[in-house]
Design a protein around this ligand. Structure first.
Ligand code: NAD
Length: 247
């Protein structure tokens, strides 16, 4: 039996992951939801325990990581229009917060850390189809959120060692139950009459992954790091619903 912490466990992906892990009662003795906000206003049920904290404060993380063998890092300053203008919040949460997560893992002797990065870290504004993880990260990014995700991803991969095994997952767009951003924004724009345009010639495609599939990928990454840390440690993986094959 193991204990884990889901950093950002009150978020869209975090909640789907906690729900998935909680089903596996024989594996997870304790699942700590660490987040700045408590969506259920509860202390948790069964193996799930809620611990309020801020990833910008290392002491909060150290208190939550005590006895954990796996940490899933799904917290982010949301790339909302409001936050996009606030570079400080993006940097302190996404970059410094991730460095705090890494340090807290080392202090608490956590064995595995899985970070949710983003497929956008390889995007320069050009068409991308059929690419794999060998694609280089560009020097310049499309926005500051993406830049912070790329810096945080590098820090997590560099932290991989024989004591702390790390890897990063890169989903593109995520959809599904409790989506706070994509579908609500579409609906709000449609209501304001702002959906009467299309980009390019109308054949552009975008990669989307169902939220439960990303949660499943996180669970597989934790198993992989535990069983085969030499193969998976220090690696990064795009996460999609299907092979990103060109037609
Ligand atoms: P979300 O905004 O729903 O969840 C993020 C969680 O982090 C929230 O519960 C929030 O309260 C928490 N958080 C924010 N600041 C914090 C702080 N200072 N301390 C503690 N907790 C804090 O985001 P999501 O959609 O669930 O995204 C999860 C991860 O997946 C993120 O790393 C994100 O960059 C990545 N991602 C998301 C998408 C997408 O389409 N949603 C796509 C690619 C990558």
């Amino acid at each position: 039996m193991f204990s884990c912490v889901v950093v950002g466990g009150s978020g869209f992906l975090g909640q789907a992951l906690v729900q998935r892990l909680a089903v596996n009662k024989n594996k997870w003795e304790r699942i700590v939801v660490f987040d700045i906000k408590n969506v259920t206003q509860s202390r948790g049920t069964g193996a799930v325990v809620f611990q309020q904290g801020d990833i910008r404060r290392q002491d909060d993380l150290v208190a939550a990581f005590k006895d954990a063998s796996v940490v899933f890092h799904c917290a982010t300053a949301a790339p909302s229009a409001e936050n996009a203008k606030n570079k400080e919040i993006m940097y302190t949460v996404n970059v410094e917060g991730t460095r705090n997560v890494i340090e807290a893992c080392k202090i608490c002797h956590v064995r595995s850390l899985i970070y949710v990065s983003s497929a956008s870290v390889v995007f320069r504004g050009q068409d991308l189809e059929g690419v794999d993880e060998s694609i280089q990260i560009p020097k310049r990014h499309v926005d500051f959120y993406t830049e912070t995700k790329a810096i945080a991803e590098r820090a997590v991969l560099d932290a991989n060692s024989s004591q702390l095994h790390t890897c990063c997952l890169r989903p593109s767009g995520i959809f599904g139950e409790r989506d706070p951003l994509f579908v609500p924004t579409l609906i709000s724009n449609a209501r304001k009459g702002k959906m009467k345009y299309y980009i390019g010639d109308g054949t552009n495609r975008m990669d989307w992954t169902f939220v439960d599939n990303v949660a499943y990928a996180l669970e597989l990454a934790a198993d992989g790091l535990q069983q085969s840390s030499q193969r998976i440690g220090g690696q990064v993986y795009f996460i999609t619903n299907d092979d990103a094959r060109p037609f």
